[in-house]
Design a protein around this ligand. Structure first.
Ligand SMILES: [Zn+2]
Length: 295
């Protein structure tokens, strides 16, 4: 009886062993009664259970490292680029990233702002402000300018203005021109630039309808006068009318010089709304933005 069992086992195993090096393992056949105590072929076969179907070869399963969880070994085999989708009875299919994927955290949108050369070069004292978003009004990279460079020194503004880089670039050059005029004609200098409205979300001439003012884009500044080193305060409202007085001539020089540094200059002769200040901005006039409005 014992010899018979050995013979049957040998006969059963020989075909499987002959095919093992070239073909995937056959489906186990039903065994005769009484052979349950003998381990089936598939159970004693080592780790040669992954089949490289393209090459027609058996390939070894990755060895499980000491202490490595069986689930991890299965994930590693699935992640191998060319490994086939082979499942073993002991390895239920696992979604590779199901237990390691981090929850998605929404990324806040980046704030795109740009630096201003006039600030970097020290032509103005200014600090960057966050973007202004107010309906149709706003500015992406507004600055709060508190002083401008003129003839080698900083001339303070009567208050910080919210404006853009273009205005921060043009203002120092204009103030320097007016300052040079005062040094040559009046033997004094500008002690302070008196400013009014800068950024404001409103329409032209404060109207209830019509185009938005360039104040609505932080691209316009109203200047109401100059405080001088010799103690005088010259204002558009109080000194424009006396055209031939030193103060009247200063204001007209300042108005004319502004027309070289800005694209829009509106003073008392433009309309009644500007009786007490110069409005200066860098709005685009003409098809190529090279025209100027100087009134
Ligand atoms: Zn204005």
């Amino acid at each position: 009886m014992r010899n018979t069992l050995i013979l049957i086992t040998t006969l059963l195993c020989l075909p499987a062993l002959a095919q093992e090096s070239v073909e995937p393992p056959p489906v186990p056949q039903a065994r005769p009664a009484g052979l349950e105590a003998i381990a089936p072929v598939a159970a004693i076969r080592p780790a040669w259970t992954l089949v490289d179907r393209e090459a027609g070869l058996l390939v070894p399963m990755p060895r499980q490292r000491p202490g490595e969880a069986p689930e991890t070994a299965v994930v590693r085999a699935v992640e191998t680029p060319d490994s086939p989708d082979v499942e073993t009875p002991e390895a239920p299919k696992v979604e590779p990233d199901a237990h390691i994927a981090a929850p998605e955290v929404p990324t806040p949108p980046r704030v795109y702002q740009v630096a201003c050369p006039a600030v970097l070069q020290g032509k103005v004292e200014a600090k960057m402000l966050p973007p202004v978003v107010d309906g149709q009004c706003g500015a992406q990279s507004p600055l709060e300018v508190s002083a401008v460079l003129a003839n080698g020194r900083m001339v303070p503004l009567s208050g910080g203005i919210t404006t853009d880089c273009g205005m921060a670039t043009a203002l120092p050059e204009w103030v320097a021109a007016v300052d040079s005029y005062l040094m040559g004609r009046e033997n004094t200098q500008i002690a302070e630039l008196i400013v009014g409205t800068s950024y404001m979300c409103r329409r032209v001439n404060n109207g209830s309808e019509g185009n938005l003012s360039f104040h609505a884009f932080a691209d316009a500044v109203d200047v109401t006068g100059f405080r001088l080193e010799d103690g005088r305060t010259v204002t558009v409202e109080g000194d424009w009318a006396e055209a031939l007085s030193p103060e009247g001539r200063l204001l007209r020089y300042a108005h004319g010089a502004a027309c070289s540094h800005f694209t829009t200059v509106l003073g008392p002769e433009a309309n009644a709304q500007h009786h007490d200040h110069f409005h200066v901005d860098l709005g685009c006039h003409g098809k190529t933005c090279t025209a100027r409005l100087c009134e």
